[in-house]
Design a protein around this ligand. Sequence first.
Ligand SMILES: [Zn+2]
Length: 166
Amino acid sequence: MKKIIDLTGKEQEFEGCMACTLNKGELELFGGVIYQNDYFMVAQDFEVPINGFIIISTKRHVSSINEFSETEKFEFVMLIDKVLKTLKDIGIAKEFILLQGERSDVHFHMSLFPRHDWMSEKFGRVVSSMKQIQEYAMANMRTPENIKLIAETCKMLKEKLNKEKL
Ligand SMILES: [Zn+2]
């Protein structure tokens, strides 16, 4: 059994691949599934309490864009565009850092990391401080107000993204 602590501090256990377990609905996801189609799932990052820190993961257990079907490649770019635009429309951040680390033993996911003002004010260059920013958020930002804010963002994204099906 593997153990995971979510962004509220709640512990859950799972076996095998975390993303596959999430896709099966066997882990309770903070903020729920924001959006899904046949190929991808969109959710708030499981562990890090940063508002609008969004993960897009595949439904299939693959680890690289190179393994995507033609349809998945097309749907992926359309979905990133849609999610990014929606995040900006609802005022989460003006710009995001898109991150995807290929690893043969890790289920494909891409992070949409918001550039919040507090990050550059506290840490300088956001790209080179992403690890410290996430550690800082996990240590200091599990406050009821911030958790509430993240939950509201998830709800807003859910409504906007599901209004017009992709
Ligand atoms: Zn998997």
